[in-house]
Write a protein that binds this ligand. Structure first.
Ligand SMILES: C[S@@+](CC[C@H](N)C(=O)[O-])C[C@H]1O[C@@H](n2cnc3c(N)ncnc32)[C@H](O)[C@@H]1O
Length: 293
């Protein structure tokens, strides 16, 4: 120590100081955690016995407070969510996402796409009857893959099917239905056996009918959501964010009610939902021109 230069000695002391503080902080954290575990252990038996729903102070857990409502632990909630997702992956309707449009997006748009996909994963996870999600044309290790993994840490446990293959290699062509805001045909009769396909595109700068062109090129059915038919629309783009499209599809799948489903479109974009008879008139007009699916 004596041989050290004054500057080096100062550095060495500051290093000792910092490590000492870290050590003490870790010790404090450890003892706090131990106390919490101890407390939880002491309360465990009481807490586990039952719950009394007291209107003034909320639920009270304890001895002899048994009722019909046992406490739902977070583990149980997770288990039931996983159960729903597992059932969906075996018997649920497939909903596909086409990731082949990456080259048309800049970094900001890709980031926005990933945020929307994160919302979709959460919506689907919480649904009573979730979709079986398929990410097709998916490039592992790509920018969006890394970004998604950062946003959804347990992506691999989310029951999403990842495939680098194209849609037509995965599903029969006659079952596929592309969703595109540029389609001529309107989706009205929701088909529970179809595999609806959503284009993974966020095009805030230039609007190109990418999904429409792709579906025409591959000879796949293409439909749009009945926005004009159901909503009094303000002036604005009818390209909806992916999460709103999934919300609408989920609602229609479960209730077959387009009027209510279309309320998932951001309310700043429309004035009001059209009356039932108005909507039916619109649909009849479409039927005459064979523009309905
Ligand atoms: C932001 S939009 C991208 C629009 C893009 N220009 C295209 O060619 O699809 C993202 C995706 O959500 C779906 N989508 C958005 N609005 C829709 C609408 N009004 N009708 C049907 N699908 C829609 C489509 O699958 C679309 O690819």
């Amino acid at each position: 120590m004596i041989t050290l230069e004054p500057m080096e000695r100062e550095k060495y002391f500051s290093y000792l100081h910092v490590t000492e503080i870290k050590k003490k902080r870790d010790q404090r954290r450890l003892s706090r955690r131990k106390e919490a575990i101890q407390r939880r252990r002491e309360n465990f038996e009481l807490v586990n016995l039952g719950v009394c729903l007291n209107e003034d102070v909320g639920p009270q857990y304890g001895l002899w407070m048994n009722s019909l409502f046992p406490r739902v632990f977070s583990d149980l909630k997770k288990h039931s969510t996983n159960n729903n997702l597992l059932t969906a992956s075996l018997f649920g309707q497939k909903l596909a996402f086409d990731f082949s449009f990456q080259k048309y997006m800049n970094m900001r748009e890709l980031d926005s796409l990933c945020s929307q996909l994160k919302i979709i994963q959460r919506i689907n996870m919480k649904a009573d009857y979730p979709f079986d999600l398929w990410f097709t044309n998916y490039e592992h290790g790509s920018y969006y893959d890394q970004r998604l993994r950062r946003l959804i840490p347990d992506l691999d446990k989310s029951f999403i099917n990842f495939h680098s293959k194209q849609l037509i290699d995965l599903f029969p062509k006659e079952n596929l239905v592309y969703l595109s805001p540029d389609a001529d045909t309107v989706l009205w009769n929701y088909d529970h056996d179809a595999v609806y396909v959503i284009g993974c595109i966020v095009d805030t700068t230039v609007h190109v009918p990418l999904t429409y062109n792709k579906s025409k090129g591959k000879n796949i059915k293409c439909v749009r959501l009945p926005i004009d038919e159901c909503l009094e629309w303000y002036d604005g783009s009818k390209d909806l964010p992916l999460n709103q499209v999934v919300d609408i599809l989920r609602h229609v799948k479960d209730t077959n009610n387009w009027r209510k489903a279309m309320k998932h479109v951001a309310s700043r974009k429309w004035n009001k939902v059209k009356k039932e008879e108005h909507i039916l008139q619109n649909i009849e007009a479409l039927k005459k021109d064979f523009l309905i699916s």
